[in-house]
Design a protein around this ligand. Structure first.
Ligand code: ZN
Length: 173
């Protein structure tokens, strides 16, 4: 299943530097799906964070933060998505999978992405207070740990920040 709106047109492919253009467009599109999941989290009063897992250009799982609605401290968007993907795959291993996350993963989620062997993580906004992929810690690029992932930052960060600010706005409700 291809994400809606993903089109790799021949027109783009004939232009010089099309690899970069295409990668950035694809990243922005999948992050859009993660942002929709984040919005759903906000609708059930969870902090709006979303995660999409992609393999070979296709979405294999989508997760939104469900900590409050499920009363589960581990139900962050990344964990929800990883569980959904693993339940449909022959293995828990996420080799070759890219995770799109609207907010920099926390220590728990960075650890889960690492343990799942996710190949690449694409991040929207940074979490300077609790982020574990560059802000407070750098769990996904630590040679002392068992796995490292490629990381891309700042993909639709403004959209993610807007969702979070609206959620935490005192005028809400
Ligand atoms: Zn987390």
């Amino acid at each position: 299943m291809l994400a809606p709106g993903v089109r790799l047109s021949d027109d783009i492919a004939t232009r010089e530097g099309w690899d970069d253009v295409t990668d950035a467009t694809v990243d922005a599109t999948f992050m859009g799906t993660a942002l929709e999941a984040a919005k759903r989290a906000g609708e059930h009063d969870d902090v709006p964070v979303g995660c999409v897992l992609v393999e070979n250009g296709a979405i294999i799982a989508v997760g939104e933060n469900r900590r409050e609605v499920d009363r589960d401290p581990s139900a962050h968007a990344e964990i929800v998505a990883l569980r959904a993907a693993a339940s449909r795959r022959p293995s828990w291993r996420m080799d070759g999978v890219t995770a799109y996350v609207t907010l920099e993963p926390c220590v728990m989620c960075a650890g889960a992405l690492l343990n799942a062997r996710v190949a690449r993580v694409v991040i929207g906004a940074m979490d300077e207070k609790a982020g574990a992929v560059g802000s407070r810690y750098n769990v996904l690029s630590d040679p002392r740990l068992l796995h490292e992932a490629d990381v891309t930052y700042d993909v639709r960060a403004d959209d993610s920040v807007r969702l979070l600010s609206e959620f935490f706005s005192p005028r809400r409700g």
